[in-house]
Design a protein around this ligand. Structure first.
Ligand code: NAI
Length: 254
């Protein structure tokens, strides 16, 4: 059975995926800010280094899969925390562990969002993320709004993933992203209860073609497939699992 490392497995989508992997007999090393094998704050350089070092110590023979799932919602303050966790924390963990994944010709599965296409790729914040300039990205986004902070972090992460595909494949790592729509987790509950974004999110959920919101396991089941041998020619792909909302908003783009 395989050895997987993941972040953000304490609740929500990550917890559902962790349960699925474990019930299939895999070992799962979980990093989270709480309730985890390795407790680390991925918003900080020290936390990221601690997470990487501890995973390396536990998985010296390599990883079959790496799933950086930890994320924070658009209602997080300061907004720069969204950039730090959702983009820079993810990239640092993946870059710090990619050689362990290569060792087993394994796979990295990022968690994007169906909100990612709502911010353009040439946005200054997205570009600062892609340039690896954390100070600039944080200063830029602290002066803006939560939607841009969140969707922009996922836009940058998805673009980063696509840009790594060739180099990672040459290294022996298959990298992909899942792009969930609204999923019933502590993260989305925080947005739903926000006085401003809550109503927008409920209206958005009402517009989803296949109906409403997902349960975490409806995302985790697709992620488990993307990690599995059955998906071993899936490389550089973004799987929207969003009840059809991306197709509704961007008919002709794919
Ligand atoms: P969640 O809040 O249930 O899980 C997020 C996990 O990340 C938690 O276990 C939390 O403790 C951990 N975390 C947060 N900050 C951290 C930090 N600084 N260091 C380490 N761990 C930290 O949320 P959910 O919904 O399960 O989110 C999982 C992923 O799915 C996130 O990347 C999120 O952006 C993404 N997503 C969620 C959607 C939704 O509607 N729930 C929609 C699209 C994407």
């Amino acid at each position: 059975m395989g050895v997987y490392a993941m972040t953000g497995g304490a609740t929500g989508i990550g917890a559902a995926l962790k349960a699925r992997l474990q019930s299939s007999g895999h070992d799962v090393i979980c990093v989270d800010i709480r309730d985890a094998d390795i407790v680390a704050d991925l918003s900080t350089a020290e936390g990221r280094e601690h997470a990487v070092a501890e995973v390396r110590a536990r998985a010296a023979d390599g990883l079959d899969g790496l799933i950086p799932c930890a994320g924070v919602p658009p209602v997080t303050q300061p907004l720069s925390l969204i950039a730090r966790v959702n983009y820079f924390g993810v990239v640092a963990v993946v870059e710090g562990l990619k050689d362990l994944v290569a060792k087993r010709r394994g796979t990295v599965l990022l968690v994007g969002s169906n909100s990612a296409p709502m911010v353009t790729g040439d946005d200054s914040y997205v570009q600062a993320c892609l340039d690896g300039d954390e100070d600039k990205a944080c200063a830029d986004i602290d002066a803006r709004d939560g939607h841009t902070a969140y969707a922009g972090s996922k836009r940058a992460l998805t673009m980063w993933m696509r840009r790594q595909v060739v180099a990672y494949a040459e290294m022996g790592v298959r990298i992909n992203a899942v792009a969930p729509g609204i999923t019933r987790t502590p993260l989305s509950e925080k947005v739903m209860s926000d006085p401003t974004l809550g109503q927008l999110m409920r209206d958005f959920a009402d517009s989803v073609p296949w109906g409403g919101t997902a349960q975490p396991d409806q995302i985790a089941s697709v992620m488990a497939f993307m990690l599995s041998e059955a998906a071993d020619f899936v490389c550089g792909s973004v799987f929207f699992v969003d009840g059809g909302s991306d197709a509704m908003m961007r008919n002709d783009d794919f």
